[in-house]
Design a protein around this ligand. Sequence first.
Ligand SMILES: Cc1cc2nc3c(=O)[nH]c(=O)nc-3n(C[C@H](O)[C@H](O)[C@H](O)COP(=O)(O)OP(=O)(O)OC[C@H]3O[C@@H](n4cnc5c(N)ncnc54)[C@H](O)[C@@H]3O)c2cc1C
Length: 427
Amino acid sequence: MKTAVVVGSGAGGAAAAHALQGRFEVTVLEEGKAFRPFRTDLRLPERLKRLGLLVDPRLIHLMFPAMRVRKAAGGTVLVTGRGTGGTTTLATGNAVRLDLALRRLGVDLAAEFAELARLVPTTTDHRAVWSQPSRLAFAACEVLGLDPEPLPKMGRQDRCHGCGHCVLGCPHGVKWDARRLVAKARSLGARLLTGWQARRLVVRGGAASGVLAVRGSEQRVFRADAVVVAAGGLGTPALLERSGIRCEPRLFVDPVLCVATRWPGARQDHEMSMPFAVRGERFIIAPYFDHLSYYFDHRWQPRAGDIFSLMVKLADAGTGAVRGRSVELRQTDADRERLAHAVEVCAEVFARLGVPRRELFYGTVNAGHPGGTLPLGGGDAATLHPSVLPENVWVADASLFPESPGGPPILTIMALARRVAKHVAAA
Ligand SMILES: Cc1cc2nc3c(=O)[nH]c(=O)nc-3n(C[C@H](O)[C@H](O)[C@H](O)COP(=O)(O)OP(=O)(O)OC[C@H]3O[C@@H](n4cnc5c(N)ncnc54)[C@H](O)[C@@H]3O)c2cc1C
């Protein structure tokens, strides 16, 4: 049987590996280790915060190796997962179909979304586990005509234990993440190798013969008839550029800004993240306890249990770039205007809840939805194979998105990755 190497075990890698195994002998290279949820008692980081010792979120991996934080030029904090399941293990579990821009290009993923509906259980039946402030905020959004909707969640979040650890790795197994798909692929015979970082593609004569990867001081070429790169919106362009393939400066990240207030007894830190959302023009608003801002931003002074926060997630214009280890991001005037408008909407919701503007404080701008550096265009939408790639190398993540989908991308990435896998098999 022919062999395929898949780089990355997150949403795209897991979906591609599962769809390819059987037609190919699949090896998944994952640079991180097997994922473990954050198990440290949160009283420790709380103590460190109060002592003023938590100053740099980039050091978070020392406590939680599966979470990587870096800062883009311009200060935005970028969060990604590193380990089996990729960033899906840190995700809040929202399962939203966001393929409008792809459909405009003629990429119809209806069949793949239907396949995923059979593979990934989802539920919107989780109101019973919402906190009281979230219920009140939902009602306030309704009164303001903002049409809030409970978000569909991957897994059995109707059985949420209310520990508030969604973004630290659900310790109760109610949240679905891509490790389940990796496990399915492995049960079909796929091989998962953790701790192996793909350094570059080995390319000769317009085709790749394999992937050069390193693990500690070990170095090895994994031979492959086909290579699928799904190292995430930041990892994929970095790997391609190391392989001499130029990506485009069209990186989007979907910046997040939380607008918060002191709310005694809110206990949002113990609630499922993002129980519902309001959709605006290229932004969404949802209740979200921002651990990153709480631990690392000195403006977040109240106790964790006494904060209620609304997140704004913006679909940014996509003008950033990945250059080796560094990431450049530029906010456009349109981004700034939309962000200001969304913050205004949050302030109206808080006003409706009886919280005056002077009692609001803000979080650190952070982001976790990177993509767009190898955007599909009219020419390659039919093949899903950007012409800069060697003939047997494919990309299966949000790098292919023509623009930010403006919300949680996991489901759409997985659908696109499954479609890419079909093209790989056909080629
Ligand atoms: C806090 C947070 C919450 C989120 N919540 C949601 C949500 O609710 N719903 C949603 O749809 N999206 C959510 N997202 C976004 C979502 O998790 C990501 O967009 C998605 O996981 C990206 O999938 P991917 O396969 O492209 O990359 P990833 O899931 O990031 O996987 C890439 C994998 O590749 C590995 N890798 C990278 N480089 C290499 C290399 N050179 N060699 C080998 N391995 C490599 C990485 O270690 C990683 O495991 C959230 C993101 C964050 C940060």
